[in-house]
Design a protein around this ligand. Sequence first.
Ligand code: 5CA
Ligand code: ZN
Length: 412
Amino acid sequence: MQPWTSPPVPVLPGRGPALRLHDTATRQVRPTKPGHTARMYVCGITPYDATHLGHAATYLAFDLVHRYWRDAGHDVHYVQNVTDIDDPLLERALRDQDDWVVLGMRETALFREDMESLRVLPPRDFVGAVEAIGEIIEVVGKLLAYGAAYRIDDPEHPDIYFDHQAAAHFGSESGYDEQTMARYSAERGGDPERPGKRHPLDALMWRTAREGEPSWDSELGAGRPGWHVECSAIALNRLGTGFDVQGGGCDLIFPHHELSAAHAEALTGEYPMAQHYVHTGMIGLGSERMSKSKGNLVFVSRLRADQVDPMALRLALLSGHYRTDRPWTTRMLDEAVGRLNRWRQAVALPTGVPTEDTVRRLRAHLADDLDTPGALAALDAWATETLTRRGRDVNAPVHLQAAVDALLGIVL
Ligand code: 5CA
Ligand code: ZN
């Protein structure tokens, strides 16, 4: 798919420390150690509805990773998928008497616009499941041949499932016990009760054609792909195994990322698929998590239509730490507008206090598992000082603007 257009990114003098991120698999904040090319895969949208603030917060967190690595001199190979064929898309299309292809295209186009408005750097590869069907078929075929996948004993629908015991490290990504896995599998798109499976946690890889559903002909028989194998195939074919970061919201820890990693292990014989599994907290509305299935959504596009400054929205979503579950409130937006105004007033002055120390602190906070509250506080301090005592550095306003743009993606 065509990704969106990249905003320009200023190049800053100097470097910060190595980026440390929390890894779900080891439950530790550990340094990332990318080579010249840093490799990141982030799970993309299922385009049956518009981008809400939860999605936006998640992609903003990984945008900071992208930006930090670039600032550290890395070339970043960023891959993101679009789950443009899956049950929720088909269900929504049926409900609204829409064509599922058109629905997916429309919501993906809106997502691109939303990401562009928020100045999120685009992935190098933006890949729809439909355009990756051939790759997915190949992966499923190999896993069948290796005995890591099997057809269930159902003459009408002999779907193909992954034998989760084929991956020696199954369970190591989430660290969940079997009971927790069973619960999440039932809640998050799995089918533990499906008769004919060898084990309730085995995951669908290829769903044979059903009346009224789209399907693709293949040597596996006509059908459509399961969800987890989509991300394994798309990631491995572009990044190889052992890539630096696998990302997404914490709702994807299990089963999605566990199974994607297990598919990769069974396929390549190598472990781990990713050096860091990085998960964002959930944005809520009121007391509930914002989710398409609950319908309690605030859309980025709606706020844009209401003339909300996307930079204020970006700042509001970055004001909390990415790993904390946090509710969205209009107060967050009001505070971000106030903060942005102060910063803009400060950089509009002809001189300011020198920025070296502020930029050093900004980088240090970001390197510390994306401590955005700390990073914003460092910038607040610079703005307050500049507004009260002005400072004499004629380059300070321009330098600060460049740093805030490059590292936080905010244009003042
Ligand atoms: N297509 C799959 C991933 S392969 C999917 O989960 N799509 S999604 O549209 O449901 O979500 C897109 C991304 O937003 C995922 O990384 C998901 O974890 C994240 N996300 C969804 N809801 C929230 C929320 N309330 N807060 C933060 N992130 C969220
Ligand atoms: Zn995914």
